[in-house]
Design a protein around this ligand. Structure first.
Ligand code: C5P
Length: 227
C-alpha cells in the first residue's frame, strides 16, 4: 500500500515519467491534470460561461467523469464518451487555467482525487490495494501531503518548451518552440497563483530532468521512492 505524489510544471515530463514509475511498481496511475482538462471541456461543451465562477463550479460538481487508472492505458471518459484526445485540444489547453484557478472547482476535484487514491489503497481497485502514483500541481502539497514519496519534477525552461513543442507540434525547431512558449509560460504563471509547483515544499525531493534522458529520469524518481 503506497502513495507516490509527483508535481511539476508543463513539459517537465511528469505524465510519462509517472506512468512508467507506476507500471514498474505495479501501481495505479492518476493524471489529475486530465481531470482539470475534462472539467474545462465539460464546461465549454455545455456552453457554461467560464468567467462565471459559480456556474463553472456548479457544472463541475455534476460532471460525470470516469478516470481509468491503468498506467499502460489510462482513460478519461465524460458521460461514457472517450475524451482522451479532446482534452488535449488547444482550446482546452488555453482555457484550463481559468477553470483550475476556481477554488470551488479545486475543492471538488481534490475530493474526487482523494477518493481514487483511497480506492487504490483498498482491496478491489485496479492495483488490488498496491497503491497509486498521482501527478499534477498540488499533489505533494495539498491532495496527498502524507504520501510515502513526494517528488517535484523540474526542468529548465528551454528543456520544457522543447518537450512540449515536440508533443504538440511534433517538432522542436525554433518556430515550433516559439509557438508553444506563450501558452506554456502563461499557463505556468496562472497555475502558480493557486498551486506550489515551481519550488519544492518542505520534505519534497526535487528531480531536475533537464540533462537526463527518459530512463534516467524514471530511475531518479524510483531512487526517491526507494529511500
Ligand atoms: O498537467 P497538465 O498540463 O495536463 O495540466 C493541465 C492543467 O490542469 C494545468 O495547467 C493546471 O491548470 C491544472 N492542474 C491543476 N492542479 C493539478 C493538475 C493540473 O491546477 N493538480
Amino acid at each position: 500500500m503506497v502513495v507516490i505524489a509527483v508535481d511539476g510544471p508543463s513539459g517537465s515530463g511528469k505524465s510519462s515519467v509517472s506512468k512508467a514509475v507506476a507500471a514498474r511498481l505495479g501501481l495505479a496511475y492518476l493524471d489529475t491534470g486530465a481531470m482539470y482538462r475534462a472539467a474545462t471541456l465539460w464546461c465549454v461543451d455545455g456552453g457554461t460561461d467560464l468567467a462565471d465562477q459559480a456556474a463553472v463550479a456548479y457544472a463541475v460538481r455534476g460532471m460525470p467523469l470516469e478516470m481509468g487508472v491503468d498506467p499502460a492505458a489510462p482513460t478519461v471518459h465524460l458521460g461514457g464518451r472517450d475524451v482522451a484526445a479532446a482534452i488535449r485540444a488547444t482550446e482546452v489547453s488555453t482555457a484550463v487555467s481559468q477553470v483550475a484557478t476556481n477554488l470551488e472547482v479545486r475543492a471538488e476535484l481534490r475530493r474526487r482525487q482523494r477518493a481514487v487514491i483511497e480506492a487504490e489503497n483498498a482491496p478491489g481497485g485496479f492495483s488490488g490495494g498496491q497503491g497509486i502514483v498521482a501527478e499534477g500541481r498540488d499533489i505533494t502539497t495539498v491532495v496527498a501531503p502524507d504520501a510515502d514519496a513526494r517528488v517535484l519534477l523540474t526542468a529548465s525552461e528551454e528543456a520544457r518548451l522543447r518537450r512540449r513543442s515536440l508533443e504538440v507540434h511534433g517538432a522542436a525547431d525554433a518556430s515550433a518552440v516559439e509557438a508553444t512558449r506563450d501558452q506554456v509560460l502563461r499557463r505556468d504563471r496562472d497555475d502558480s497563483t493557486v498551486s506550489q509547483f515551481q519550488v519544492a515544499a518542505d520534505g519534497v525531493a526535487t528531480v531536475d530532468s533537464s540533462d537526463l534522458d527518459f530512463d534516467q529520469t524514471v530511475d531518479a524518481v524510483l531512487a526517491v521512492v526507494a529511500q
